[in-house]
Design a protein around this ligand. Structure first.
Ligand code: DGL
Length: 276
């Protein structure tokens, strides 16, 4: 099968970016997409920034080789570590990145107290500091890195006792501080919204940024005249640096559609090659 021409490239450390892809498929069903999950390297969160930058560059090269017209960095961690670098390194390529949705949270909180769940690298990056400085004014933010949660979601353990334990450990102390909003600053976390909502109760607002990111992708395509105006439903090609069968088994549950991922390999952690 040849690659779709003029696709949107979407990448994440693993299956987390599927939460963004899900929103994009709802809003822009005609677009062809190439999805890359770097499951050979997941999780990104505890890794050094330079390494995440280097992975992100290799993946961007791979997606551009496959005619990506826009790249959605569907990963808060990669956005924190690499978005600025990618924009400098590939000045002609439009990128859409993620940042924790502190702005809408700060605009709507009644208690003035907001919880933010994200990975260690996301909290350490300059992007988060700048979001807090620009939008967090007057709001008290409570952060948690939810160790182990990305791994649970990668295994499809969306409601397992161990998953609940991690989330309770993060959220109970925040509830004691009277938060009324939880920002999901990692694209894996929307898949456990039902569990989060069970723990925090219906009165606490949980913010999934995926629909806003999908809208932003659409705006950029519009501005550049790159929207696919076709009436047919676009195709999605899936690639993983991990186990293709495992990713395949997760797609119906996480994305709501089936696919046939292909396995790729990293050469020296710098370049992605198709085996065979
Ligand atoms: N999905 C990711 C994010 O949005 C990365 C999680 C990880 O690999 O640690 O941050």
């Amino acid at each position: 099968m040849t690659s779709p021409i003029n696709s949107i490239g979407v990448f994440d450390s693993g299956v987390g970016g599927l939460s963004v892809l899900r929103a994009m498929r709802e809003q822009q069903p005609a677009e062809d997409v190439i999805y890359f999950g770097d499951q050979g390297h997941v999780p990104y969160g505890p890794r050094p920034m330079e390494q995440i930058q280097s992975f992100s560059e290799g993946i961007t090269d791979f997606l551009l080789d496959k005619s990506a017209k826009l790249i959605v960095v569907a990963c808060n961690t990669a956005s924190a570590a690499a978005l600025k670098y990618l924009r400098e390194r590939f000045p002609d390529v439009p990128f859409v990145g993620m940042e924790p949705a502190v702005k809408p949270a700060a605009e709507t909180t009644q208690t003035g107290r907001v919880g933010v769940l994200a990975t260690p690298a996301t909290f350490q990056g300059a992007l988060y500091a700048s979001v807090v400085e620009r939008f967090g004014n007057g709001v008290e933010l409570f952060q948690h890195t939810c160790p182990g949660l990305v791994g649970q979601i990668e295994k499809g353990e969306l409601s397992a006792p161990a998953t609940r334990e991690i989330l309770e450990g993060a959220l109970q102390p925040m509830l004691e501080k009277n938060i009324d909003t939880v920002v999901l600053g990692c694209t894996h976390y929307p898949f456990v919204i039902p569990l989060i909502q069970e723990i925090v109760g219906e009165k606490v607002r949980v913010i999934d940024p995926a629909p806003a990111v999908a809208r932003q992708a659409r705006r950029i395509l519009d501005a550049r005249g790159l929207v696919n105006e076709s009436n047919r439903r676009g195709r999605v090609e899936f690639y993983t640096s991990g186990d293709a069968a495992e990713m395949q088994s997760m797609l119906p549950m996480l994305l709501g559609e089936a696919g046939e991922p292909k396995s790729v390999q990293w050469r020296n952690d710098l370049e992605i090659i198709l085996p065979g």
